[in-house]
Design a protein around this ligand. Structure first.
Ligand code: COA
Length: 184
């Protein structure tokens, strides 16, 4: 269980910790799914700079949340905002969701996803989509979380093209009401 874990909005100072979780989860989750050259090219300095830029944009309406606890600092993060691919009906998008490999399967991803959904609803975005590598085992996580496969695409990533699947929630408000009712 995810006891002792707290979730809060990220600040620019969190950029190095978010980058560490990002790089380490990528390397673990995508080994065998993506070419080694892509994984090796990921670096802490590059990702720290990337997240510092995202978190430093004052007018950026995207949401970035971090989970921390147990004296380990940031152990997971997720981000969301308006959907980037306009051909899809859902208005919100889960851009990223990563739990450090040492802390997976403890309910942290689920808690973060529900908080990201709440952030979307607070911004008037009541449906959502999340893109994952089509072969990524995390697709089962999104299925467990009620997502339905709604689209597929091929995306360039470095020197390769990857096949991605989108999971969608047509009514996050209803989904949240159901999850709250299960807890009550
Ligand atoms: C996918 C990820 C975010 C899930 O977070 P997590 O904290 O490990 O998952 P949780 O413990 O909250 O799991 C919630 C539910 O999903 C299920 N689940 C999670 N990962 C699963 C998997 N790979 N296969 C099947 N079911 C899975 C859990 O069993 C649990 O089900 P339950 O509520 O019936 O017990 C996390 O494992 C991760 O960061 N993976 C690597 C990076 C990645 O692929 N991110 C997604 C792309 S953006």
């Amino acid at each position: 269980m995810a006891a002792g874990i707290s979730i809060r909005e990220a600040h620019p100072v969190d950029a190095p910790a978010i980058a560490r979780v990002h790089v380490e989860s990528w390397r673990t989750a995508y080994a065998g799914l993506l070419p080694e050259t892509v994984l090796v090219r990921m670096s802490l300095p590059n990702h720290t700079a990337l997240w510092a830029r995202v978190l430093g944009q004052r007018r950026n309406r995207d949401v970035v949340l971090v989970a921390e606890g147990g004296g380990h600092g940031v152990i997971a993060f997720g981000s969301c905002g308006r959907v980037r691919e306009k051909r899809l009906a859902p208005a919100g998008e889960i851009y990223t969701l990563y739990v450090h490999p040492e802390f997976q399967n403890r309910g942290i991803g689920q808690r973060l996803l529900l908080r990201l959904f709440d952030a979307l609803v607070a911004r008037g975005l009541t449906s959502a989509v999340a893109w994952v590598l089509a072969e990524n085992p995390s697709r089962f996580f999104y299925e467990t979380m009620g997502g339905r496969r709604v689209a597929e695409r091929n995306e360039p990533l470095g020197t390769v093209t990857v096949h991605e699947a989108a999971y969608g929630w047509s009514d996050i408000t209803q989904f949240r009401a159901q999850t709250d009712a299960r807890k009550a």
